[in-house]
Design a protein around this ligand. Structure first.
Ligand SMILES: Cc1ncc(COP(=O)(O)O)c(C=O)c1O
Length: 396
């Protein structure tokens, strides 16, 4: 049966991509942008350390640990523990706000006196940034990341949110002084509306989750930093197998790109999407990328995994990661909820539904790469309030 037919049937899939380059050689992204991201994040580290207490121990770097999860004999990349916004979106989202802040600051004569970026904490800069608005469309976590750092720097922030965005995420943003615009439509519509609004004013910057090279670069830095965290360097015989959830594709795309650059054929990448929202899977296997959406094959794009509720993939990421993704997998909502509960029951580890998607492909991955070191990228859940956790964990 054709793979698109199987997607239509909402089956749980583990599809070994015919498009992957076993020895990766096609890298279609400007590596210099990732170098710049690494440098820029270092320049801003003194500011981050000053403003966000939790980042002090890492000298202002926004990074998460990896931990070992005994019951499934797997490493977990704990992006739920990323400071500031508790999800993978803290990587790209915060980074792009820093790009914007630096760009504006550099236009000021006062910038020549800035020797340490801690200075951006001062009222002069906050007032300056306050003249600008950052606009973004989000399913929730990107908006949270941009909202929190944007508000700290003094920007006005407007977040357009899709209908499936969680109420608590909207409330938290409002608490930070962020303007939240709620849409009845899905994520793509929220992004389109934000793009339109930002175009109208010269002092607005739109962070385009469907098309941003800055976001992608911020995510890609994570892979370089992982090199120093692994128990041993992967090899072709003992590969590192990484399982990562995918929404519009920027987060996983950046990470996968960075991983393949660092480890070549010694890393295998599995992306996982909900059975009702497999936009990257569909885009790549149909070779139509962002020109097709899940509704075109009769899928609803409704899922408990709010961060992955995306019907149409990024405008550029699909083409970049096509030669780099080893496996496309899908997962049902029931299985996501099962993993949320199990991880909590066995280790008191709470992850949000989007963040556990990688676990669902683990067994098949272990069968395929029995000599591998397996790592599930847990992409979020750090800021979920206790009342919400109770709802997720309750038996329904
Ligand atoms: C927790 C979580 N995991 C994964 C993703 C997917 O990232 P992307 O949309 O960049 O593919 C998101 C997106 O918001 C998310 O919130």
């Amino acid at each position: 049966m054709q793979i698109v037919e199987m997607l239509k049937m909402r089956k749980k899939l583990f599809f070994e991509s015919p498009y992957v380059e076993q020895v990766p050689k096609t890298f279609r992204f400007d590596e210099q942008l990732i170098d710049e991201a690494e440098e820029r994040l270092k320049r801003f580290a003194p500011y981050i350390a000053k403003v966000f207490e939790r980042t002090k121990e890492l000298d202002g770097l926004i990074e998460s640990p990896i931990t070992f999860y005994e019951p499934n004999h797997v490493y977990i990349k704990r992006d739920d523990q990323l400071p500031i916004s508790g999800s993978i979106k803290a990587r790209g989202g915060i980074y792009e706000v820093l790009v914007i802040a630096e760009m504006i600051a550099k236009q000021q004569p006062e910038f020549t006196h800035v020797t340490n970026y801690e200075a951006f904490h001062q009222p002069f800069w906050k007032e300056l940034f306050g003249e600008y608005t950052i606009v973004v469309g989000s399913t929730g976590n990107l908006g949270l990341s941009i909202g929190v750092i944007g508000a700290a720097l003094g920007f006005q922030v407007v977040v357009h949110m899709s209908h499936d965005a969680k109420v608590w995420k909207k409330q938290l943003l409002k608490k930070h002084g962020v303007t939240v615009i709620e849409h009845v439509g899905d994520y793509s519509k929220a992004v389109a509306q934000g793009r339109e609004e930002a175009r109208a004013t010269a002092t607005s910057y739109f962070i385009d989750d469907e098309n941003s090279k800055w976001l992608f670069s911020g995510y890609a830095v994570a892979a370089r930093r992982l090199v120093g965290q692994l128990p041993k360097r992967p090899t072709v015989i003992n590969p590192l197998v990484v399982y990562i959830p995918c929404g519009v594709g920027g987060g996983p795309g950046g990470v996968i790109y960075g991983l393949k650059k660092c480890f070549g054929e010694a890393v295998k990448c599995v992306i996982v999407e909900p059975i009702d929202s497999p936009c990257m899977f569909l885009g790549i296997v149909s070779r139509q990328y962002d020109q097709i959406e899940v509704a075109d094959i009769g899928l609803t794009n409704r899922t408990v995994a709010d961060g992955l509720a995306v019907g149409r993939a990024s405008q550029f990421v699909g083409r970049i990661i096509e030669p780099l993704v080893d496996v496309f997998a899908t997962v049902s909502d029931d299985e996501l909820m099962m993993w949320v509960k199990e991880l909590h029951a066995k280790r008191q580890l709470f992850l949000e539904p989007s963040a556990v998607a990688g676990f669902s492909a683990l067994q098949r991955g272990k069968e395929k790469w029995p000599n591998g070191t397996h790592l599930v990228w847990a992409t979020g859940g750090g800021l979920v309030p206790d009342s919400e956790k109770k709802n997720y964990l309750a038996d329904k």
